[in-house]
Design a protein around this ligand. Structure first.
Ligand SMILES: CC(C)(COP(=O)(O)OP(=O)(O)OC[C@H]1O[C@@H](n2cnc3c(N)ncnc32)[C@H](O)[C@@H]1OP(=O)(O)O)[C@@H](O)C(=O)NCCC(=O)NCCS
Length: 143
């Protein structure tokens, strides 16, 4: 497996993997992504999103279903973290809290969130109330 920065030709596969995984389809600019590939096939992706309030988010981490559970997601996360200094945030489903804790993230509450994440969680709260589901959580890694 090889991990490399994405290029413009990766844009369609990034979008396909994100849509198939059912994760947030907003802000999928290839310039922020890295690609995990094997024998020319893209097997996983991930990015760091930059928000208007200056916060940075580990996002769009996805591995194709046939290759999940083989450490590829962890490799993508480590590669993205290697270039980061300063606080980093993420949002995820509650069931992934222990997974991201392995990489130094811990769950935070509203008072520790930047304006972007507060806004996002307010919207998610309304949506989840209507859908009667479990809301996402926000996690933070200090550096
Ligand atoms: C979550 C995801 C990126 C992890 O990548 P991966 O390469 O499969 O994971 P790794 O091999 O690095 O690590 C495996 C660990 O992931 C955790 N994990 C993966 N999916 C999980 C899930 N749905 N619920 C809880 N834990 C999960 C487990 O702790 C697992 O540990 P184990 O190997 O001891 O069982 C991958 O499963 C995926 O693409 N899922 C669909 C998209 C998604 O939900 N992305 C996260 C957006 S926040």
């Amino acid at each position: 497996m090889n991990i490399r920065p994405a290029s413009a030709t990766d844009q369609p596969i990034i979008e396909r993997i994100v849509h198939a995984a059912g994760i947030n389809p907003m802000s999928l600019d290839w310039r922020r992504f890295i690609i995990a590939e094997e024998d020319g096939q893209t097997i996983g992706i991930g990015q760091i999103k930059l928000h208007g309030d200056g916060s940075r988010e580990l996002a769009s981490i996805a591995v194709i279903p046939e290759r999940q559970g083989q450490g590829i997601g962890s490799e993508i996360i480590r590669a993205l973290l290697a270039n980061e200094t300063g606080a980093l945030y993420l949002t995820c489903r509650q069931e992934l809290e222990t997974y991201y804790a392995r990489f130094g993230f811990r769950r935070i509450e509203r008072d520790e969130m930047t304006p972007y994440f507060r806004r996002l969680m307010r919207l998610a709260g309304v949506f989840m109330m209507l859908a009667r589901g479990k809301g996402p959580i926000v996690m933070k890694r200090e550096q």
